[in-house]
Write a protein of this length. Structure first.
Length: 275
């Protein structure tokens, strides 16, 4: 049986399997953290170009996060030593920034989580590097559609499985694979919390969505089969068949009459191509 816990936003919370229900203070904290995260991704749209290294992009994320009065939640998380994750082409998620230079035709996911005043603004976005082939651009477009279709299903009184069922149906309609090994999650004062938000599910199953729930929805969609493998670094996940993969992520809160997207771009740069 699912357990829910009402929190005011000021007390210490722990990951104990309960789904946290937040009030106005939590919503305000998440708005600020989410806006900073979105502004960072907005700025990167002008920097992601052929020849730029993923390490240089990580430096920009770190500096913008600090300038915004926050710290990168990934820095030091379980031994991770970078300020964001950057996943290129067939890397599904958790790509490690480094000396690799982006090249013409790449597709890139950048995942940031500034921790601002105790609240986590977790979001990721795809970028097109130079002249990207049509099949890759189409994958990126459909992946963003999957995200927004999933968010549309995140309504009070719905079930968590409704989100994954809608995402899975749309992706598989285009003959894409939906990654199962990674999922969205609850968040707030904790980086990762209950519930797990799977992106391939059966409608009408799972916990009931209630006002005050915070979560990420972050579908990972593969051009080929859905299966992934973890590389020896312990972080980087890639497609087993080396097909391209795309991902978008928003942090949202369930409201009395729908949901609120905390990480929406204030500049309208939620998906490429970026004006």
């Amino acid at each position: 049986m699912t357990e829910y816990q009402t929190v005011t936003g000021t007390e210490t919370v722990i990951r104990d399997g309960t789904i946290k229900l937040h009030g106005p203070e939590g919503f305000e904290g998440m708005r600020k953290a989410g806006r900073l995260a979105a502004e960072i991704l907005d700025a990167l749209a002008d920097i992601v170009q052929p020849g730029v290294t993923t390490g240089a992009l990580d430096d920009v994320v770190r500096q913008m996060t600090l300038d915004g009065g926050a710290v990168p939640a990934t820095l030091g998380y379980r031994g991770y030593t970078h300020s964001c994750c950057i996943s290129v082409n067939h890397v599904v998620c958790h790509g490690i920034p480094g000396d690799k230079a982006l090249k013409d035709g790449d597709i890139v996911n950048i995942d940031v989580t500034p921790l601002l005043d105790g609240w986590h603004g977790d979001t990721s976005r795809m970028y097109l590097v130079g002249d990207v082939p049509l099949k890759a651009r189409r994958l990126v477009d459909v992946t963003h559609e999957c995200l927004m279709i999933g968010i549309e299903k995140a309504q009070p009184g719905a079930r968590l499985g409704d989100i994954g069922a809608a995402i899975q149906a749309h992706a598989e309609k285009h003959r894409y694979g939906v990654v199962r090994e990674f999922c969205g999650h609850g968040l707030g004062r904790l980086f990762h919390d209950a519930p797990e938000v799977v992106h391939a599910a059966k409608a009408g199953t799972g916990p009931e969505l209630r006002p005050g729930m915070f979560m990420t929805i972050e579908p990972m969609i593969n051009l080929g089969r859905p299966w992934v493998k973890l590389l020896s670094d312990g972080w980087t996940a890639v497609t087993r068949d080396k097909s391209l993969s795309a991902q978008f992520e928003h942090s949202i809160g369930i409201t009395e009459d729908g949901n609120e997207i905390f990480t929406q771009s204030p500049a309208g740069r939620d998906k490429p191509p970026y004006a």
